[in-house]
Design a protein around this ligand. Sequence first.
Ligand code: FAD
Length: 820
Amino acid sequence: MSKYLIVGGVAGGMSAAARLRRLDEAAEIIVFERGGHVSYANCGLPYYIGNAITDREKLLLQTPGSFRQRFNVEVRIRNEVTAILPDSRSLQVKDLASGRIYEESYDKLLLSPGGSPVRPPIPGIDHPAIRTLWTIPDTDAIRAMVDDGKVKTALVIGAGFIGLEMAENLHARGIRVVVVEMAQQAMNVIDFEMAALVHRELAMKNIELCLGDGLEAFGADNDGSPVARLASGRSITADLVLLSIGVSPNTGFLAGSGITLGPRGHIVVDEYLQTGREHIYAAGDAIEVRNPLTGKQTAVPLAGPANKQGRIAAGNMHGGMRRTYGGTMGTAIAKVFDLDVGMTGATEKFCRAENIPHGTVIIHPNDHAGYYPGATMMALKLVFSTESRKVLGVQAVGYGGVDKRIDVIATAIRAGMTVDDLTEIEHAYAPPYSSAKDPVNMAGFAAQNILDGLVGSTTWDTLAKAGESFRYLLDVRTPAEFATGTIDGAVNIPVDSLRERLDEIPRDRPLIVFCRVGLRGYIAARILAANGFTDCTNLSGGYETYRVATASRAPHPLTAPPTNDPGAAKAMSPDTKQSPRIIQVDACGLQCPGPVMKLKQEMDAIAPGEAVAIRASDPGFQADAPAWARATGNIVREIRAEKGIVTAIIEKGGASAAQIAPAGNDKTIVVFSGDLDKALACFVIANGALAMGRKVTMFFTFWGLNVLRKPEKTTGLGKNLIEAAFGMMMPRGSRKLALSRMSRGGMGGILIRGIMKKKNVPSLEEMMATAIRGGASIVACQMSMDLMGIRREELIDGIQVGGVATYLDASEKADNNLFI
Ligand code: FAD
């Protein structure tokens, strides 16, 4: 009969014990555990503190009694192994209850002692309110402090997985949480721009995140609460401090055993998980593992690998089921408030540090079909080898579907697949679950396009670091999107008009194109390449990634303390007054400016006092909706973001809106002129007024109608000879307008357009589109149209045809009336 001893009674140890019993019914199996619990759910501990798990018993998956009953394994809790004596094949054990020291012999031994949270030897560290979270007693102590109601503020040191899980769970208990992290980003295992999404989520939940600041010492204030002194000189007082700054392996008791330890104290094992000493195996957080991507040794403290290693080690100890362990890639996921943050394999910074030739691509797909309710956008960054085309790693951050993509790509990496293989992965698809092209396929397509030379890629940090002079930055989003913000120095030419406006783009500089997420940027890059622009790259992840990665980390405006601006306060704080009728609108899946346009459309259709409850998956909508409401005199009744869905309830301003936008401050403009400069002036004024939340009516009459003409000829309108001739003589649309002075046969107009572009002034067409999308009422004078033989079909979309009454009605509510 074989005798197996196991050190450590949680993940690796108990997996091995159960497997050994299943392989050998007759064996004697003893587990030594220095703590009071075995097989507990340490991964669930933060959620018990936060009350997501309310039943403490559910954390205790097994007890010594239940393990004995099911597996006939003897579990000795509160028994600490103090030394290994390989020569005599025995252990030295201390019974912590009695203090008795004894020896126990083995045929085969498994070491799965795990690790312990680091407590740096700094002054004041022994304060009772400074805790770590690793065991059931740790959990009980922290929960008791929280239950007591005395913890109003908590300081979490370390923004890794456990630190952020604790931040969330302490916040869930109504505690104000500050997180301090020495690195320049949270979750240092992922790349910065992906972590920036975590920073944004924390800001939205009003968690203060102090990056790049280290803990120096602890003191205490007059009430006895711990005060953390940081390297920056800042002091933070808290009722509870949670240290979550790393784990070190519990291998001190191996001193003198002849078992080889790595540079950081981890047990060195071979591919069979056997230590250098015969009959002794090891598993879990305490061992070094091979990184399959580099072949180098590393340590990865995760439950999945620990459990699987325990199972493999058991088979190898038994001898009948020998298997090798293939290494650990660090596949991990964490919930950070509403956000899911997952990764596997190599990051970009890892590849840089290891000098691995690599490429990256960032995409922002929906987790399922955008037209099916509840779709949310994720950011997915794929890292691949530029030599072998193999997938090296992936990171994904989003509000749904992250785990599935991480797991699929982890499997692909393990199978040695290339980006080409990703394009063909056949996934289960129906609208509630995915899209016909899953994010995994999309990542493959994007990487394949880069590797096949169809498009070059520029990363946000290269762009952010580079000076403006060396390149031409082209924003190919719509004018309305451009108007909501862009990258400094970018020129806006929407992708749909790119082919007609190629002559506006210089050929003497590198060209970087971008759109919201990268897809239209790719299309634009292809158009440009086909037209001879040889040095053209697409911004990876588009404006979305750039904006988040370069954003300042101020708390989100909606969760920031109320300002002194009464208008702002009104718009931000929910009002308790209930609206009589609320129209439900789903704008999920729409990207900026879709949700705002949809909101406006719905608001236009309701009466004052009624409200629209709109749901959008565009994260920017959380800022856009209140801004829009404020500018338009409507009232934000409620705004919240949950699981990536922003829900805003906006009440149509009536009498109450007058406080924000008093009646009588509308603007009306009669556009009589058909000159380019005068038309420009009209739209500059109109857009300025719209931005201030004013209602604008533009009445186009006589020559002004030419501004609104479509550029292409409309046939089949049944015009008579005079009407047709008149139409031919007049400029057809805004692009054909000339300057009122210095026209010089049209050269003046070309010149002024060139200067505007250089100075990043939007073109007349972009200003017109912005005005239309911004809600300007553009009225073509019916009487002038009749006189000049212009038909509605010849005019651009988004306008109305009206009479002078329409204009006069508007002008009565205006405090400013211009005739241009
Ligand atoms: P452990 O599970 O730590 O077990 C080691 C045991 O050995 C301990 O109970 C210890 O008391 C005992 N021991 C040590 N030395 C001796 C000795 N000399 N004599 C006797 N007994 C000894 N991982 C994930 O993958 N996902 C997660 O979401 C996740 N969340 C976590 C949340 C928290 C709060 C914590 C603490 C960990 C989390 N982990 C998570 C990590 C995961 O729990 C560990 O990777 C895993 O438990 C490691 O298993 P192990 O067997 O190596 O060590």
